[in-house]
Design a protein around this ligand. Structure first.
Ligand code: UT7
Length: 338
């Protein structure tokens, strides 16, 4: 019997309206537009002024369901990669289940930081490939502004808020769908990028607040050095083991943390830079949302087309990293169910 393969059948996204530009940040910390653009590629990012991650995630999920032309009560499972859940519990997946009215679903949050979306996509694919489920929503969402210290120029220029959602279903189309994945983690990177406070090791207290333990800390240089190697390596590895060359890949869909890391990955893949999805200039680093946000925007713009071969790649806190090879099977927007 041929293997039941999982595929992405719909995409959606949500970005809040409020824009925080480099010029705005110049007024808040000792930084400048030129430094931010040249060191990171970021020009502006979005900030959610009211509500939590579940509000953005629900909007992204609803867009995906609308494009697919199905109602939320057909969903079996909701997986929400995030490092900024509305609260520790109940899970953001439960909150989104209620908001969208997914009456038959179960779900859970997944902690994989910037690789959370890739980890969750592979998890969803397992439920579909085993036959346990037929419709799994993966919603990458982060409200990074909730854990960003806007007096710390090392981090506050980097992050933004957004959500991206994909629907995962089975496909019988030969050669289409989620074809291969390589996922990794290495806890020796734990001290380079973290939020120390609020968990069981350092529960919230006046002291943790005074120490700013409830904000992101990043040793940018240390993370950069590893990220630039690992994200490129894992992208090249998935191409090599699938006997693919750069001209056989239509899109690299990279996690959007730093334009220099993205460029290095494309170079390593011998990929023309016009084939790289980049929206870091408009949204900054939205952690678990970067990759599905790209997929949704590029599909809606008619640039990501059915039949194209894409490689998604990420690197983030943990460390966590990975790559996924997909042959895109979502019908082009002109032919999709509206
Ligand atoms: O998404 C999760 C994974 N995260 C990543 O992949 C991020 C990886 N790291 C990076 O993207 C980069 O390391 C950053 C963008 C965070 C920083 O860029 P960098 O080129 O590594 O800069 P740096 O931290 O080495 O700092 C260079 C200089 C320093 O000044 P000195 O010591 O050379 O005088 C910093 O103090 O730039 C200074 N600096 C700034 N200047 C203006 C640091 N932040 C700023 C700022 N504005 N916002």
């Amino acid at each position: 019997m041929p293997k039941r393969r999982a595929t992405i059948t719909a995409v959606g996204h949500y970005v809040p309206e409020k824009v925080l530009s480099n010029a705005d940040l110049e007024k808040m910390v000792d930084t400048n537009d030129e430094w931010i653009r040249t060191r990171t590629g970021i020009v502006e990012r979005r900030i959610l002024e009211q509500g939590g991650s579940s509000d953005m995630g629900a909007r992204a999920a609803e867009m995906a369901l609308t494009h697919r032309g199905i109602s939320a009560d057909e969903i079996d499972c909701i997986i929400v990669p995030t490092v900024t859940p509305d609260m520790f519990f109940p899970s953001t997946a439960c909150l989104i289940q209620e908001k969208i009215g997914a009456s038959r679903a179960w779900g859970f949050d997944l902690s994989g930081a910037c690789s959370g979306f890739l980890f969750a996509l592979v998890t969803a694919a397992q439920f579909v490939e085993t036959g346990m489920h037929s419709k799994v929503l993966v919603i990458g969402v982060d409200k990074m502004s909730a854990i960003t210290d806007y007096t710390d120029r090392n981090t506050c220029i980097l992050f933004g808020d957004a959500a991206g959602a994909v629907l995962v279903e089975p496909t019988e189309e030969e050669g289409y769908g989620i074809l291969d994945s390589i996922l990794r983690c290495d806890g020796s990177g734990q001290n380079a990028l973290y939020m120390r406070g609020g968990g069981s090791l350092n529960p919230a207290s006046h002291a943790t607040v005074d120490r700013k333990d409830h904000f992101i800390y990043q040793d940018g240089k240390a993370v950069f050095k590893v990220a630039v190697v690992k994200m490129a390596d894992v992208s090249a590895e998935i191409m090599e083991r699938n006997h693919l060359t750069g001209d056989q890949i239509d899109w690299l869909v990279p996690h959007q943390a730093n334009l220099r890391i993205i460029d290095a990955t494309a170079d390593r893949m011998s990929l023309d830079h016009s084939k790289v999805m980049i929206n870091i200039d408009r949204y900054g680093n939205t952690t678990a949302a970067t990759i599905p946000l790209c997929l949704s925007e590029w599909w809606q713009a008619g640039k990501l087309k059915r039949g194209q071969r894409i490689v998604m790649a990420s690197f983030g806190a943990g460390y966590t990293w990975g790559s996924i090879l997909v042959k895109w099977s979502v019908p082009d927007l002109s032919t999709a169910t509206k």
